[in-house]
Design a protein around this ligand. Structure first.
Ligand SMILES: O=C(O)CCC(=O)C(=O)O
Ligand SMILES: [Fe+2]
Length: 211
């Protein structure tokens, strides 16, 4: 079982072999305005084991940001791997290659960078935003997210506010891909949770120049 305090092994993921399943099981939800989300629960097996490896091996750092007059901690830990930088586990290289292959025709370019986030507990979160740095501010693109650890909800709503259009619990090897105009016309967030939740790591793959 897990050596990370707080991480509960999933009933569905007792395997200790880290590996990827086939991608054709992805299901697409069209949100409107050219935005869509693909979802494949349990793409990665051995997800609990990968969580432990990444929790220990990745050089996690806290970030600070300016909020009005104060500097505050960003409520999650981060690590970023730019194009060409070695990733912290071979299955992350495999996942990037599989995603690049699967979306080649639709995306027209490879996934290159990997941003990693560690949500230590339900108090860690990310507020409503679009990944709008660089080309994603003006062009359709994709952001693919592989999740390990305890599930946390990813929520999506129209840019600028409005009803929640989609809520997906993501953890234990689940894959989600936000595509089309999603980063411009929609916003996403990982809300804080008042339930007792263990830690989650998300791995976000993006093409070059998309932030
Ligand atoms: O943790 C997640 O799945 C989402 C993270 C995210 O939206 C971001 O880092 O831009
Ligand atoms: Fe994001």
């Amino acid at each position: 079982m897990s050596t990370i305090p707080g991480l509960q092994g999933s009933l569905f993921d007792q395997g200790d072999e880290i590996g990827l399943g086939p991608l054709p099981g992805l299901r697409r939800t069209v949100l409107g305005a050219g935005a869509w989300v693909d979802h494949l629960p349990g793409w990665l097996s051995g997800a609990d084991l990968l969580f432990e490896r990444l929790a220990e091996d990745v050089p996690w750092h806290a970030e600070r940001r300016q909020m009005y007059e104060r500097e505050v901690d960003v409520p999650r830990l981060l690590a970023f791997y730019g194009e060409g930088e070695p990733l912290p586990h071979p299955v992350l290289v495999e996942a990037r290659a599989a995603l690049t292959r699967h979306y080649a025709a639709e995306l027209g370019e490879p996934f290159t960078t990997a941003g990693l986030c560690l949500y230590r507990d339900g108090r860690d979160s990310v507020a409503w935003h679009g990944d709008r740095i660089g080309r994603s501010a003006t062009e359709d693109t994709m952001v693919a997210i592989l999740s390990v650890g305890d599930p946390r909800d990813l929520v999506l709503r129209p840019h600028g506010g409005g009803p929640t259009l989609l809520r997906l619990p993501l953890g234990h090897g689940d894959l989600v891909v936000m595509g089309g105009s999603c980063q411009r016309t929609m916003e996403h967030a990982i809300p804080k949770s008042r339930r007792a939740v263990g830690p989650r790591i998300s791995i976000q793959y993006r093409p070059r120049g998309v932030g």
